[in-house]
Unconditional design. Structure first.
Length: 244
C-alpha cells in the first residue's frame, strides 16, 4: 500500500496467528516467545513516520530499525542490517551522523568509497601536509578558494574528516568504509532479476504488487555504477537487491 501511495485507506492487521508471549520455542532451546506485542509496537511506530517530515531515506532507516528491533527469537536479537551511502550522495553528512545519540543501533553503517574518493583525498592530504592534524577542513577550504582543488576534492576530504569524527567522538566506530570498486563483482545474469522473482521459495512467493516493487528495485540496481555490496558482517559480497 505504501508503494502504491494508498495512504488514505484503512489497513486492518490480524495478529492472532503470532506465537503467544511466553510460549517456548523449541528451535531456540525452549526460550520464551516475545509474543505479538513487539510486532504491534513496531508497526505502530512505522505508521507514525508517515507525517514526520523526514527525507525518504531517513524515514526508511527508521522503519527498518523499528522492524528489526522487534525481531527477537527467544529473547535474542535475530535481525541483521546494513545501511550504506555513496560518498558523493548529497545527504552523506546526515548519514554519517546517523548513530549520534545511540538510538539507531540496529544496523552496521558504512560509506561506499572508490578510487576517485581515495585519489581526491590523497591529493588534498599531500597539499596540506602536516598542517591539519586535527582533521579540520580549514586548510582544505583555503586550497579550494585558491583554486588548487575543486569542489569534489573538498567534499571528499570533508567526508573523511566527518567519518573520523563520528567514529571517535560518537563512540560507535562508525560509519565504516567499503571500497566498492574493489569488491568481487559476481553480477553475471543480473538482467534476469527484472522479472521480480528473485526472492521466493516453495512456500512463499511475491504477489503481483510485491513483484512490481521488486522489479523496480532490480532495475535500479542494474543502473548503479557499483552493484555489489557486503553483508552486515562484511565477509561476503552480495548484490544490492539481495541485501534489500
Amino acid at each position: 500500500m505504501a508503494f502504491q501511495k494508498r495512504r488514505s485507506e484503512v489497513l486492518i492487521l490480524e495478529f492472532s496467528g503470532v506465537r503467544e508471549k511466553g510460549r517456548p520455542i523449541m528451535g531456540m532451546q525452549g526460550r520464551p516467545a516475545s509474543g505479538p506485542g513487539p510486532l504491534m509496537g513496531a508497526i505502530a511506530s512505522i505508521a507514525k513516520l508517515r507525517d514526520a517530515g523526514m527525507l525518504p531515506w531517513r524515514a526508511a532507516i527508521y522503519a527498518d530499525h523499528y522492524a528489526a528491533e522487534c525481531v527477537l527469537v527467544g529473547g535474542a536479537r535475530r535481525a541483521a542490517r546494513m545501511a550504506t551511502k555513496h560518498w558523493k550522495d548529497k545527504t552523506i553528512f546526515g548519514f554519517i551522523e546517523l548513530k549520534r545519540g545511540g538510538f539507531l543501533w540496529s544496523s552496521n553503517n558504512s560509506v561506499a568509497i572508490d578510487a576517485e574518493f581515495r585519489e581526491r583525498v590523497t591529493k588534498v592530504v599531500k597539499l596540506i601536509g602536516s598542517k591539519d592534524v586535527a582533521g579540520s577542513v580549514g586548510y582544505a577550504t583555503i586550497l579550494y578558494a585558491a583554486g588548487k582543488i575543486d569542489k569534489w576534492d573538498l567534499h571528499a576530504y570533508k567526508v573523511l574528516c566527518e567519518l573520523a569524527k563520528a567514529a571517535y567522538h560518537d563512540k560507535t566506530g562508525e560509519p565504516g568504509l567499503i571500497n566498492v570498486d574493489k569488491l568481487t563483482h559476481k553480477n553475471h545474469g543480473i538482467e534476469a532479476y527484472v522479472d521480480g522473482l528473485y526472492a521466493q521459495g516453495s512456500k512463499y512467493a511475491p504477489d503481483e504488487d510485491a513483484r512490481r516493487l521488486m522489479t523496480e528495485i532490480a532495475e535500479q540496481v542494474i543502473n548503479l555504477s557499483y552493484q555489489m555490496i557486503v553483508n552486515p558482517c562484511g565477509d561476503k559480497t552480495i548484490l544490492v537487491s539481495e541485501l534489500s
